[in-house]
Design a protein around this ligand. Structure first.
Ligand code: AMP
Length: 218
């Protein structure tokens, strides 16, 4: 399986990728997670990216290309991958096509996760992550009074809110999505790669629709 999950921030790309990786035995490649790890480690990349991410803007294409080139050349991508959060601009999509052609493994599908903007806002403001295990959930669907889903695994589930999920930054991120990432819908549609999935409703229903859209791809 070699796919891209495309969609606005909060459309559930990361959550659904987590579910697909177990079944399909391919890695999830989240450029947001890679950048957050660099920020946490205090690397040069992290220092470069932090202010840009906190402002809800996009890290430059050349930097992102370098990250994705290195990640896709790792052995665990030999059987495929699920790209989550990349590409986000037309130049990134062009460069990805060139890179995958070089590696001899073109994309099989791009799935657009469709969620209306009111829902997106609610999902983003309610999103919390467990510091210990990285599990992501939502205060609206799983309020803090309910033990988080990682309670059995993590000795000390400690929830935090991503700095860029503040109300002030969410508006900017959705604006950036509309201006820079939304054009990829037409881009991949024109190349016959686009599938659309209704990404609202229960998480299990969305997974079922996603699997159906992928048409039983191994
Ligand atoms: P995400 O976790 O996918 O929402 O990404 C968090 C932030 O990381 C984004 O708001 C951007 O600042 C940055 N980022 C992640 N992926 C990319 C990308 N492909 N191109 C540019 N910036 C990115």
């Amino acid at each position: 399986m070699r796919i891209v999950l495309l969609g606005a921030p909060g459309s559930g790309k990361g959550t659904q990728a987590q579910r697909l990786i177990n079944r399909h035995q391919v890695p999830q490649i989240s450029t947001g997670d890679l950048l957050r790890a660099a920020v946490a480690a205090g690397t040069a990349l992290g220092l470069h990216a932090k202010a840009i991410m906190d402002a809800g803007k996009l890290v430059d294409d050349a930097t992102m290309l370098g990250i994705i080139r290195e990640r896709l050349s790792q052995p665990d991508c030999a059987n495929g991958f699920i790209l989550d959060g990349f590409p986000r601009t037309i130049p990134q999509a062009d460069a990805l096509a060139v890179l995958l052609a070089e590696l001899g493994c073109p994309l099989e599908a791009v799935v657009l996760m469709q969620v209306d903007s009111e829902q997106l806002f609610r999902r983003l403001t309610g999103r919390r992550t467990c510091q210990a295990c990285g599990a992501v959930f939502n205060v609206y669907t799983a309020p803090p009074s309910v033990p988080p889903p990682c309670a059995g695994r993590c000795e000390t589930p400690a929830l935090f809110q991503r700095p860029d999920d503040s109300e002030a930054t969410i508006g900017k991120r959705l604006e950036v999505y509309d201006a820079q990432t939304r054009p990829l819908i037409e881009y991949y549609g024109a190349r016959g790669l686009l599938a659309r999935v209704d990404a609202e409703g229960h998480i299990d229903e969305v997974t079922a629709r996603l699997e159906a859209a992928l048409g039983g791809r191994p």
